[in-house]
Design a protein around this ligand. Structure first.
Ligand code: C2E
Ligand code: MG
Ligand code: MG
Length: 720
């Protein structure tokens, strides 16, 4: 391939300003006479007397015309007949000789002489011959220059066409390739010869053929010609993607065609096309489109695509009288992985979860990730609700096996909520929302389980939502207050401490117990302010009661697991006791075993610091949640509170008796204090005393009392 620079330089000698004539004759008189005759302003004459001199002159410069005598002293003039070669144009030779033999003339003409002129010559005739020869030469030269220019121009155009990044080709009237450029050959992988016999339809993907036929056989020209028609070719782009081009085509017409489309006569010659390779753009567009409908991390359909599929499934289920189920799947402890092991591991967990979930579903089912750790599955074409339950069961099973996250093993569980069309929702929004509600229900029931949607859930959550709104600003509006339940030592008959129990005096619903609002406050983040309020009020009240003759009295405050997420928990607690001048030991914090599942290390660190300051720590509702008792040894616990569910059955069920006996045994073994909750009846009290438990709270002694009534209660107790 020539360089573009060389293509821009036309070849061919520049036009001569003067012709150079060489007069070769051994007779000096003839020589100078001829020189005088032919020399002029436009003709430079050099004279030579021998073959040697002539050779030298020919070698030195370009000579246009030689007037050559055959009889030279050192050689025959014929020996000087130029042979051409070496790139120079050959001089024209006129033989001017006294030799009048016919065979000499023939020999001279054969070896390339332009004319054979016999001496003595007629000066005018010689001059005419010279002028004719030079005129012919001039013409020849002009032709050569013209040819060179044409060749150059052809090369230039060819270069541009072949080096164009576009595919340029021409089809004949019947649609066969008549011209293709280099790029076309390179991209399509057919040789020029093969293409010569090919019809354009052979290179177009079958599905596209019907739409693009007209563009490839375009008969229109100018403004009306086809532009940028997208078509996929049978060939592969650089990255193996299908080759997509945008074709612009113009009709070609023969003589007589004036650019106006002619009725089908013989004048339509074919179509000239330029096709731009837009594969890269098309594949970029595909990627963008994919991301618009898929989750980048797992490659699963996103919410938009899921809803679309669900809409179709609903229509299909309605038509075929079948069921379609939405499964809402939530990883129970995803946050823990993210916080403990980092986001990278969290991402791995999600990816592995996605692929395990996928395995539980059929090809036709849709799995989608619609939130951080939330997946939804669409299962269509079902005959019974039980079928959806079976899939959910499979999912619980599949996800129960530990996940390998690098070197770590991680065990997680999921909660699955199920909503089935048509019973549990009429459209995709309702179904997804109701499956979500059912998932929450599954979580509330203790995680790692499944729940079906039911209409009561819907009202339940609607109320929850309302309460969440009402909760905002409720502290400022002073709607919260603390009730206190006395905790008695039945041997000394003294009230050891009081458990602070939160109440919400709701403007519409009246006095609400914590069961109604604590979990809402936890989810909405308002538990933080609530916790601070409880700590501060409880300490304030206790300080008052201690000042009025109950110097040894303590208070118990319930903490939410969320309180234990706080980095500043320890400071917050200590500030409350200090603010009201209480010793840290007067305060007991009740935590449930739930707190321990979440992040044992952080809980243990914070609890130890509190314990180190003297604050007491009690395990509330002992025995109802976390089954491992190992934490009793690692955590700095002061007290365990036996849950009321065990106390309730005391004396009724022997199993309860032995569980409570075991709990008391454990507490003794670890030198922990023990409190029995929910003591309602005299039999409970008797059984507990028998088993060796002396500290109790329950309706038998007192219901939780408003703060204002506690003073009297304590005074009465002291009077006994
Ligand atoms: P808990 O800490 O186990 O509190 C004992 C619950 O049992 C209280 O319910 C109390 O009224 C009730 N109770 C006491 N004696 C008896 C009895 O003899 N029989 C029966 N059946 N029940 C009895 P309450 O006040 O509705 O509190 C429920 C739960 O809410 C508490 O359980 C505690 O976990 C939580 N809670 C209460 N106050 C707060 C608070 O300030 N913050 C947080 N985070 N949670 C609180
Ligand atoms: Mg409690
Ligand atoms: Mg309790």
């Amino acid at each position: 391939m020539r360089s573009p620079a060389s293509l821009l330089q036309p070849t061919g000698r520049a036009p001569a300003s003067r012709f150079h004539v060489l007069v070769v004759d051994d007779d000096p008189l003839v020589r100078s006479a001829v020189a005088a005759l032919v020399g002029s302003a436009t003709r430079l004459v050099t004279q030579c007397g021998s073959a040697a001199e002539a050779r030298e002159a020919l070698r030195r410069q370009p000579i246009d015309l030689v007037l050559l005598d055959l009889n030279l002293p050192d050689a025959s003039g014929l020996d000087l007949m130029p042979r051409g070669g070496n790139g120079q144009p050959r001089p024209t030779v006129l033989v001017v000789t006294g030799d009048d033999r016919i065979d000499s003339a023939i020999a001279a003409l054969k070896s390339g002489a332009h004319e054979y002129i016999r001496k003595p010559f007629e000066p005018a005739a010689l001059l005419r011959s010279v002028e004719n020869a030079l005129a012919a030469r001039q013409l020849e030269w002009e032709n050569a220059v013209m040819r060179a220019r044409l060749e150059h121009s052809e090369r230039l155009h060819r270069y541009f066409v072949d080096n164009s990044p576009d595919l340029i080709f021409a089809l004949d009237g019947k649609g066969y390739f008549r011209f293709v450029n280099e790029r076309f050959v390179a991209l399509l992988g057919h040789s020029r010869d093969e293409l010569g016999a090919m019809h354009y339809s052979a290179i177009i993907q079958d599905e596209d053929l019907p739409h693009v036929q007209w563009a490839f056989r375009e008969r229109r020209t100018g403004e009306r010609a086809s532009r940028n028609v997208e078509v996929r070719l049978k060939g592969r782009g650089a990255d193996g993607e299908a080759l997509t081009v945008a074709v612009s085509a113009v009709g070609m017409y023969g003589e007589g065609g004036d650019g106006v489309p002619l009725a089908s006569g013989g004048l339509f010659l074919g179509t000239y096309c330029v096709a731009r390779d837009i594969s890269a753009r098309v594949s970029a567009e595909k990627i963008i489109a994919f991301h618009a409908f898929h989750d980048a991390l797992t490659g699963l359909p996103n919410r938009t695509l899921f809803r679309d599929r669900l809409r179709q499934a609903i229509a299909e289920a309605r038509r075929r009288r079948k069921l379609a189920a939405v499964l809402f799947i939530d990883l129970d402890r995803f946050k823990l992985v993210n916080d403990t092991y980092g986001h990278l591991k969290g991402d791995q967990l999600l990816q592995q979860t996605a692929s395990r979930l996928r395995k539980c579903l059929r090809e036709a089912d849709t799995l989608s990730r619609i939130g951080g750790d939330e997946f939804v599955a669409l299962i269509s074409d079902l005959d019974a609700r039980a079928d959806a339950e079976a899939v959910a069961g499979k999912i619980l099973n599949e996800l129960a096996a530990p996940f390998a996250l690098g070197a770590e093993q991680f065990q997680t569980t999921v909660s699955v909520g199920i909503a089935v069309y048509p019973g549990d929702g009429a459209n995709e929004e309702e179904l997804i929302r109701n499956a979500d509600l059912a998932m929450y229900q599954a979580k509330r029931k203790g995680k790692n389980g499944l729940a079906f949607f039911s209409p009561e859930l819907s009202t339940f959550y609607a109320e929850r939502l309302q309460l969440e709104q009402d909760l905002r600003g409720a502290i400022q509006r002073r709607e919260f207050e603390l009730y206190y339940q006395p905790i008695h030592n039945v041997r000394t008959r003294a009230v050891e401490r009081l458990e602070a129990l939160l109440r919400w005096r709701h403007p519409a619903h009246g006095l609400l117990s914590p069961a109604r609002f604590v979990s809402i406050a936890e989810e909405s983040g308002q538990i933080r302010d609530l916790g601070e309020f409880v700590l501060d009020s409880a300490c304030a009240h206790l300080a008052q009661w201690r000042a009025k003759g109950n110097a040894e009295l303590g208070v118990s405050v319930n903490l939410s697991p969320r309180d234990f997420d706080r980095n500043d928990l320890v400071e917050c607690v200590l500030q409350a006791t200090r603010r009201h001048g209480l010793p840290a030991a007067a305060l007991e914090l009740e935590i449930t075993e739930n707190v321990l599942i979440e992040d044992m290390d952080a809980v243990s660190r914070r609890a130890s610091r509190l314990r180190g300051e003297g604050v007491r720590i009690a395990i509330d509702d002992f025995g109802t949640r976390y089954s491992s008792l190992g934490y009793l040894q690692t955590l700095p616990i002061s007290t365990i509170k036996i849950d009321q569910s065990f106390v309730r059955d005391l004396g009724l069920r022997s199993s309860s008796d032995s569980i409570v006996a075991a709990m008391i045994g454990i507490a003794r073994g670890l030198s922990l204090g023990i409190v029995a909750e929910g003591v309602e009846r005299a039999e409970h009290l008797a059984s507990l005393r028998e088993l060796g438990c002396e500290v109790m709270q329950g309706y038998l002694f007192s219901r939780p009392l408003p703060g204002a009534e506690v003073g009297d209660y304590l005074a009465r107790g002291r009077a006994h």
